[in-house]
Design a binder for this molecule. Sequence first.
Ligand SMILES: [Zn+2]
Length: 506
Amino acid sequence: MSEPMSVERLRRDGEAFTQELSREFYLSLSGLKADAQIQPLYAKYKAIFTEESLDVAREMLAGSAEGSDDWRSARILLDWQVESQSGRQLAPLDEREIAWENDAVVRLADGREIPYQRVAIEMANSTGRAERAMMETARVGIVAQGLAPLKKERFQRERDITESVGIANGYNATWELLSGISLASLRQECEALLRDTQAMWDDVASSVVKRVLGMELRETTRADARALFRAREFDEFFPERDMETTIRRQVGEMGIDSDAGGHIIFDTGEREGKRSRAFCSPVKVPEEVYLVLRPHGGQTDWNTFLHEYGHALHFANMRPDLPMEFRFMGDNSVTEGFAMLFDHLMQDDGWLRRYTGLERKHTPGFLRSAGFEELHFLRRYCAKFIYETQLYGGEVSWDALPDLYVELLTKATTFQYAPADAFVDVDARFYSARYLRAWQHQALLTETLVERYDADWWRNPSCGPWMVESLFGEAQRELAHEQALRVTGKTLSFAPLIRSIERMLA
Ligand SMILES: [Zn+2]
């Protein structure tokens, strides 16, 4: 019991802990176990979440040469230690939020009651703008009273805890040091994207809003946006029955073993208690990776399956000799980039016609709608990320943040946002930065794959083996921008993404 803390022990016990945690999540979210027992795991492994373990990682970082693999390892291990410290202290607040979300009921002006968890779906399905407005007013009312103050406290605490570790001057500087990602440059890129695509957005959004909702763009709210982007007319071309076999066949056609030598376990049957959304659980990396899906059919299912399959192929093909921090941790922009590389096949005309029920006559309409959705989502994420740099940055007071949130999000999307969501609609620890960089990475990778393996790279048998060797095998040793430079010779940017959106909207 008195084994001293060391990097070796941190790795060995850290890997065992991560495996048990991941298995617990897999079993509970897939319906094989009633609920996840997380607290006992933290108790069992408490030795690796102490001041001492944090110091081991801190000393490793101080003692290794910048750019070396040891330095990469140390940065990731220290990031994990800092995250675990705040994660443990925030756990009671997180539990309170989950309980609120499970129990809250939205009471509408006409007397109807809707569980909070369902209200976004109800708004999306509602065809009347007056009804959507009534639901949005009621939702905003209970969020402002209940969830918003809990979330605000959570972010205040998270900022304080992280800053008290004393790694750098302030939350943002700490995050930059531990992630190796510059917030300021990404923020400038996001501001430029919002400027450069403003005219395109105004143009396409006003005509789509008029056609689909019969409204003027300037009078819409976020509730109307939900109705605008609800699952739609093309679902019949994405049958549940063919999804798994078709997509696995495609992966085989590009020269990748579709279950990575048995490493990927497809849990795709119907089961009571299984979450309705697909997810990927890397329990042992690379040899035991679960892809879980409760199939319903339709476009959204295909999209999520492709996304999670990208993650699964990445984890299941990682080199087993890499240290645990490169396999389980690191820059998630990389794994999200591969997940997006696969889910963006849903924007590839040739792929759609070969593997789905869509025919030549359908694809132009389908792609225009996909392009519009992509542009909206991207502009929303850029604005959200800019806002989050202010939330964590500490220069804007907590009380002034809701107005800033409304201003930034409404300007980017034209849909009217509500101040009540200012602490609810936030990706903790800048996960939005990982998504934005993943988006850039997948767009650059797609252009490079087309150059090297032709427009139908996704069925070129030389493409897959390269992908496994040069991308997946490397795990998350590199940051996304380093990997992009190594394999494409180019730097990450929004340019390829904007080119792809322009093509879809043409
Ligand atoms: Zn993902």
